[in-house]
Design a protein around this ligand. Structure first.
Ligand code: TYD
Length: 206
């Protein structure tokens, strides 16, 4: 089974994936955890190019194609083989990030983004996608508290992130069978319980 997690930078999805991976492993599911961009040697090298703050001159189409290139490698090398062995694949971001960030955020044509997404994923799509949603003000507060340095994407500004967030919400509304929007402002354990409540209805039997 393939499950992806989406949301703005700092929304807490990585914490939630770790909690979920622990829970699934305790129930004897074979879990594969992946983050995007990355997850293979080649994809991690592409990630470095994408997030390097020195690369301010990166063209938006280059950005779209590099995220997609990293994904094509990951799908072939890791996701497809894991699904073929009936493993639980948990992905920290997947193709919906490209629609939200490059499509809605950068303003690239959604039709073109969709075509490239279909090529990069080979049609391999998650059964369930959780969007951890938070208002920008709360994310900015969290970022300040963490004191972490911003990567190249995170230097994109507030208006960009507002568009990405709106994009996610639109995508979720258009495909409610796959997406679940979770309020990320709750306690970590409440968010986890909410995710579990949805996922446990879809889990394959052990
Ligand atoms: P990362 O440090 O992994 O962020 P996070 O922990 O928030 O997931 O960096 C990934 C960045 O790349 C993040 O800003 C989202 C962005 N991104 C895209 O713009 N398009 C994509 O297709 C993907 C996978 C990520």
């Amino acid at each position: 089974m393939f499950i992806s997690f989406e949301g703005l930078d700092g929304c807490g999805k990585t914490t939630q994936i770790n909690l979920l991976a622990e829970k699934l492993a305790s129930l004897a599911y074979d879990v594969v955890f992946i983050r995007e961009p990355g997850g293979t040697v080649i994809s991690e090298r592409i990630r470095d190019i994408l997030l390097d703050t020195k690369h301010q001159g990166m063209n938006q189409i280059t950005e779209l194609l590099l995220f997609s290139a990293a994904r094509a490698q990951l799908v072939n090398e890791v996701i497809k083989p894991a699904l073929a062995e009936s493993k639980m694949v948990l992905c920290d971001r997947y193709v919906d990030s490209t629609t939200a960030y490059q499509g809605y955020g950068r303003g690239l044509r959604l039709g073109a983004v969709k075509t490239i997404n279909a090529v990069a994923t080979l049609g391999v799509m998650p059964q369930l996608t959780f969007i951890i949603d938070l208002p920008l003000e709360e994310l900015e507060r969290r970022k300040k508290r963490s004191g972490a340095n911003a990567d190249r994407m995170e230097l994109s500004g507030r208006a960009f992130y507002e568009q990405v967030r709106q994009g996610y919400l639109e995508m979720a509304a258009a495909e409610p069978e796959r997406f679940t929007v979770i309020n990320g402002a709750q306690e970590i354990s409440e968010t986890h319980d909410r995710i579990w409540a949805v996922l446990s209805q879809h889990l394959p039997r052990q």
